[in-house]
Design a protein around this ligand. Structure first.
Ligand SMILES: [Zn+2]
Length: 65
């Protein structure tokens, strides 16, 4: 069972949850406030270095460094 990270849009608290299948991700609720629609975050090992707040602007990171 993979461990997924979630971000709750209701209370803003991140949490982790063991999910037995991809379909079960839709059944995950926030343990803090009970929000039924937490947002699944990408796997921790998938992101490298930068820990900026919101990364909603696509996957192109050409900042010219
Ligand atoms: Zn919550």
């Amino acid at each position: 069972m993979p461990l997924y990270e979630f971000d709750c849009p209701g209370c803003g608290q991140p949490f982790e949850k063991l999910v037995r299948s991809a379909a079960a991700v839709n059944d995950v609720v926030c343990p803090n406030c009970g929000n039924p629609r937490p947002r699944k975050k990408l796997s921790t090992f998938a992101m490298k270095g930068s820990s900026s707040g919101s990364s909603s602007a696509g996957s192109s990171c050409s900042t010219g460094l």
